[in-house]
Structures are given as C-alpha cells and as structure tokens.
Design a protein around this ligand. Structure first.
Ligand SMILES: NC(=O)C1=CN([C@@H]2O[C@H](COP(=O)(O)OP(=O)(O)OC[C@H]3O[C@@H](n4cnc5c(N)ncnc54)[C@H](OP(=O)(O)O)[C@@H]3O)[C@@H](O)[C@H]2O)C=CC1
Ligand SMILES: Nc1nc(=O)c2c([nH]1)NC[C@@H]1CN(c3ccc(C(=O)N[C@@H](CCC(=O)O)C(=O)O)cc3)C=[N+]21
Length: 287
C-alpha cells in the first residue's frame, strides 16, 4: 500500500480569533464614543487603483464600519509625486479628526515609499510602518506594532505556541512583514533565522525550523517535504487566487499547527489594525 499523506495538523483559526478581538475593539470604540461623543476615525490612503489594493482597502473600511470606526478614504492618482503624497499624509497627521492612518503598500516605484511612511505622525501610526514604530517595537517600548506580525503573535499566543528557545525561520524580510515578525519572535526568546532571495540554502534552514513564518509572495513556495515533522507553520502569504506561500496540503501532513489561507493571518492583520486605531483614538481624545 502506498502511504498517502494525511493532514495531521490542527488549524490556527484566524477568523475566529479576529472575531473575538474585534468584538472587544467594537466595545471599546462604543465606550469612547459615549465618553467623548466622537467615534474613532481611520484614514486610508491609496495611490492608484490596483485592483488587489482597492479590495484590501475596501475590506479594511468594511471592518471599520462593523466595529464602529469611521473611515475617511483618500484616493490619489498613480502619477502623484513623492512630495504630493508626503503632503497628503502630513495633512492627515495634522488633522485632529483623524486618529489613525493607513497608507496602503505598494505606492508605485517612482515614489519614495519610506518618505511617505515617515510623514505619518507616530501617535497615528496604527499600521506600525514608521521607523519610530519599528524601533520602539524592537526595543520593547510602547507603540504600535506592524499589523501582520502583531496578528501573527496574537494567533501563536492564543494557541499557546511555545517560542522561547525554539528555532523560528522567517522567509522574507520586508519592512512591514518579515523583518518585524522576526523582531517580535526574537523579543520572545526564539532563535530567529531570516531567509530571503539571497539565502544560499533555504531548504536546509527550513528543515531545522520549529516555527516557519512564510512571507515571500510566491504561491505554494514552501512544501511539506521542506519541513520538520511537528513544525508550526504560519503562512502570511496572500497571492492571486487567495493562495498562500505554503502548499497547504503537503505542509499540513507534516505540521502540528498551521494557518489556513484564507482564514489565518489575513483576518488577524485587520483585527490588529482596528484595535490599534481605537487605542490611538483613546490616547488622542482622552489622553
Ligand atoms: N495577510 C496579510 O495581512 C498580508 C499579506 N501579505 C502577503 O505576504 C507576502 C509577502 O508580502 P511582502 O512582505 O509585502 O512582500 P515583499 O515582496 O515586500 O517581500 C518578499 C520577501 O520575500 C523574499 N523572497 C523573494 N523570493 C524569495 C526566494 N526565492 N527565496 C527566499 N526569499 C524570497 C524577498 O527577499 P529580498 O528581500 O532579498 O528581496 C523579500 O524579503 C505576499 O504574498 C503578500 O500578499 C503582505 C502583507 C499583509
Ligand atoms: N500598509 C499596508 N499595510 C497592510 O497591512 C497591507 C498593505 N499595506 N498592503 C497589502 C497587504 C495585504 N493585506 C491583507 C490584509 C488582510 C487580508 C485578509 O483579511 N484576507 C482574508 C481573505 C479576504 C478575502 O479575500 O475575502 C483571509 O486571509 O482570510 C489579506 C491581505 C494587508 N496589507
């Protein structure tokens, strides 16, 4: 008889956890509104009209509405200059009616995205994209975390995944996902290896991992045969066709715990964004 790989892994259910977290966020938003007469407000900034980005921004606005958070959308032409985008973000940073700012990545290759992110006031950086937020997070100081890595940590904690002393392999080092994910795991005493496009032998690193965070942007790039039995797999990838960076079926046959796509990291990202928006509004309105 040929052995057919059986799914052995339990699911890290991001949909359910995000629902719980957002229910608490909605209560907090309602309480703030009772106390101050003002609802929290998230400004979303989108450059151009890439269909995937339009969809993500709409999802974030819908989630805001359900949680009692107002959203203000700023749509900018794809051709806008860095200076034009910085001006638009600076205006939101200075507007007391706006409590949080999300500048949707990517903004187009001709724009200095870092300069635009840095125009977000630290107290309104609810997406955790500024260098100030990254530094605070890395030093364990108060501030807003990058939403996707923050959501990943909440998910791991909800399932009591042991991190101390474990070998975490993060595949990807982007400023809003891979790099901060590794820093948060390091802060929890994991031994962290970052892999990226120049990594010499990715598969050898993966085979040693107790925890894998996939943040590559390549559909089904990581497969079960690359993984150690019992590994915990977090798939942050979200590619065309709602496909993750991990080949789910083969990975689930090796892993002890795995995030589905959809229904894993994605909903947690939005839940953390909403939570941080309400937190920012409390600080600005009640201080
Ligand atoms: N669910 C969610 O909330 C979110 C999901 N995403 C998804 O996560 C994925 C990654 O997004 P993002 O971090 O923004 O993507 P980026 O394209 O900014 O980064 C991709 C990273 O993967 C690395 N990489 C590329 N090819 C390889 C390879 N062959 N081997 C090893 N590493 C490689 C790159 O290395 P190098 O640095 O050397 O170029 C880079 O660090 C995407 O699918 C995206 O859609 C993103 C944000 C939020
Ligand atoms: N500054 C910035 N911050 C971001 O956080 C950011 C960004 N730019 N650019 C694009 C990526 C992408 N992203 C997703 C968020 C939620 C889901 C999500 O909720 N997905 C659902 C499925 C939704 C559906 O397709 O129906 C799921 O995985 O279950 C997906 C992707 C945030 N991003």
């Amino acid at each position: 008889m040929t052995a057919v790989p059986q799914p052995t892994a339990a699911l890290l259910d991001g949909t359910a956890l995000a629902r719980e977290l957002t229910a608490r966020t909605a209560e907090s938003a309602a309480e703030l509104r009772r106390r101050t007469g003002t609802a929290p407000c998230l400004a979303t900034v989108l450059v151009g009209a890439d269909p995937a980005s339009v969809t993500y921004v709409r999802m974030k606005q819908n989630s805001c509405a359900k949680a009692g958070i107002e959203s203000r959308h700023v749509a900018l032409p794809a051709e806008i200059s860095t200076a034009g985008l910085v001006d638009a973000v600076t205006a939101l940073s200075e507007d007391p009616a706006v409590h949080g700012i999300l500048l949707q990545h990517p903004v187009g290759a001709h724009i200095d995205e870092r300069a635009a992110f840095e125009a977000i006031a630290p107290g309104k950086d609810v997406d955790g994209v500024t260098t100030a937020s990254f530094a605070a997070m890395s030093f364990g100081l108060p501030g807003f975390v990058s939403c996707t890595p923050g959501g990943i940590m909440r998910l791991l904690d909800a399932y009591d995944v042991e991190l101390s002393g474990r070998h975490a392999v993060v595949v990807g080092r982007s400023p809003i996902l891979g790099k901060p994910a590794g820093m948060l795991l390091l802060a929890r005493d994991a031994t962290v290896t970052y892999c990226h496009s120049r990594t010499a032998d990715l598969r050898a690193h993966l085979r040693e991992a107790d925890l894998v965070v996939a943040a590559v942007g390549r559909p089904r790039f990581i497969r079960g045969e690359d993984l150690k039995p019992g590994v915990v797999v977090v798939d942050a990838g979200y590619n065309e066709g709602n496909v993750g960076d991990v080949d789910f079926d083969s990975a689930a046959a090796r892993a002890s715990l795995i995030t589905p796509v959809p229904g894993g990291v994605g909903p947690m990202t939005i839940a953390v964004l909403l939570e941080q928006t309400v937190e920012a509004a409390w600080r600005q309105l009640v201080s």
